[in-house]
Design a protein around this ligand. Structure first.
Ligand code: FAD
Length: 379
């Protein structure tokens, strides 16, 4: 049962966005930029965003050399270069939208560690740089062996180091808080604890059913458009879409005196990532140890991966140094048969931007912009 006032003022919108990760908030901000008078509502099922964006590692990255070379084995050069450029454009857009202070953005450098069996990647840097230089105007990858010792990595494990010149790091918590404040300052409305259960497209509008625990019946909202930005959870609302969840597990140490690493680091073809953060080391990855078990939307930790992350700290990143683990957590990514995101108009009213893979921090703002361009075209 609704009151007259509730029905008049709280159930009708111009644009509803589902999901308040980086993509959902960016779509809402972009919609307000294009349609300043429109009522834009974001619906988030968690009290906090509860997917990937507030649980990630904060790498502002576009792809390491070995990841790009692996992609080039089964995709055309222009497809791989095009996705790299979309990530770069997304990061540029994010940094235009929010100041580096608001993002906690730091250009401390991005690096890729190569094991003995991976040093062949160094021979292909000229090829990769030639592919990307026309798009970037500079070389994306530089050999940086001289710095292996500076960071204290054991030379018997790290046979090569590459500097990724386009990358930086940011503070994902600050970024999302700033993005939220920006959205609210533009007049975007947000409801948390509001899980979208289903939707139905009508002729003039979409009806969106939202869980309302207190009223014990779904609240029905109407909107001219609906944008689904729920990443790994997109198939719950769009069952025909090819989205595979991938859990990412992370841990962070207590502050470490005399820490030598600075910047962000990729290891083992991108399956591991670590960085300095507030004088601590944050490390994540290891999905490749058990792909099957990590293909899940369950926010849980496993002994197998957590112990492996600790081993990487002991043997690779902090050999001979004492450290304590401060926190551990997991987030859920979304993957598909290719690394390209899905950005799509399902019909004239229902749209979606999801399946951001492992580089949604950079890609997210660009995917949102592309989605809103589709909405603009359809109106
Ligand atoms: C451990 C980890 C480390 C990562 N590290 C990096 C990194 O360093 N750099 C990088 O670029 N990327 C990284 N990623 C990937 C990156 O975080 C994602 O690509 C990106 O955050 C996806 O953003 P999104 O907005 O699409 O999805 P999400 O942030 O997952 O947002 C989707 C939102 O939708 C909500 N939702 C779902 N279903 C519903 C529903 N039915 N109704 C209402 N709300 C719903 C969820 O609660 C969630 O808040 C990492 C991911 C993980 C998990």
């Amino acid at each position: 049962m609704l009151s007259y006032w509730e029905r008049q003022s709280f159930t009708g919108y111009d644009h509803i966005v589902v999901g308040s990760g980086i993509v959902g908030l960016s779509v809402a901000i972009e919609l307000k930029e294009r349609f300043p008078k429109a009522r834009v509502l974001v619906l988030e099922r968690g009290l906090l965003p509860t997917g990937a964006t507030t649980r990630n590692a904060g790498f502002a990255c576009m792809g390491s050399a070995s990841e790009l070379l692996a992609d080039l084995e089964n995709q055309e050069e222009e497809v791989v270069a095009g996705l790299f450029l979309r990530r770069k454009a997304g990061l540029d857009l994010l940094r235009q939208r929010l100041s580096d202070d608001d993002l906690g953005y730091r250009a401390d450098g991005g690096f890729e560690l190569l094991g003995k069996e991976e040093v062949g990647v160094l021979d292909r840097l000229d090829y990769l740089n030639a592919l990307l230089r026309p798009l970037l105007g500079c070389d994306a990858f530089l050999p940086a062996h001289a710095r292996i010792g500076d960071f204290g990595f054991p030379k018997n494990q790290v046979a090569g180091l590459i500097e990724n010149t386009c990358e930086g790091s940011l503070d994902s918590g600050k970024m999302m808080h700033s993005l939220l404040l920006l959205a609210m300052s533009r007049g975007v409305e947000l409801k948390t604890g509001a899980e979208v259960l289903r939707f139905e497209k009508g002729t003039d509008s979409v009806t969106v059913a939202v869980q309302d625990a207190f009223r014990r019946e779904a609240l029905l909202l109407k909107s001219k458009t609906l944008s689904i930005c729920t990443n790994a959870f997109a198939a719950e609302l769009l069952p025909t879409e090819d989205v595979t969840p991938g859990r990412g597990q992370v841990l962070i140490t207590e502050p470490i005196a005399g820490l030598r690493i600075k910047g962000i680091f990729h290891y083992d073809a991108g399956y591991y990532y670590f960085r300095e953060l507030d004088g601590r080391v944050l490390i994540g990855g290891g999905r490749n140890l058990d792909f099957e078990a990590e293909r899940t939307t369950e926010f849980a930790l496993t002994t197998l991966i957590q112990e492996d992350l600790e081993r990487k700290l002991r043997e690779l990143i902090l050999p001979g140094q004492d450290f304590k683990i401060a926190m551990r957590w997991a987030g859920i990514m979304a993957f598909g048969p290719t690394k390209a995101p899905i950005v799509k108009a399902f019909n004239g009213r229902v749209f979606g931007a999801f399946r951001m893979g492992g580089m949604g921090v950079a890609l997210g703002s660009q995917a949102a912009k592309e989605l809103v361009a589709l909405i603009v075209r359809s109106t």
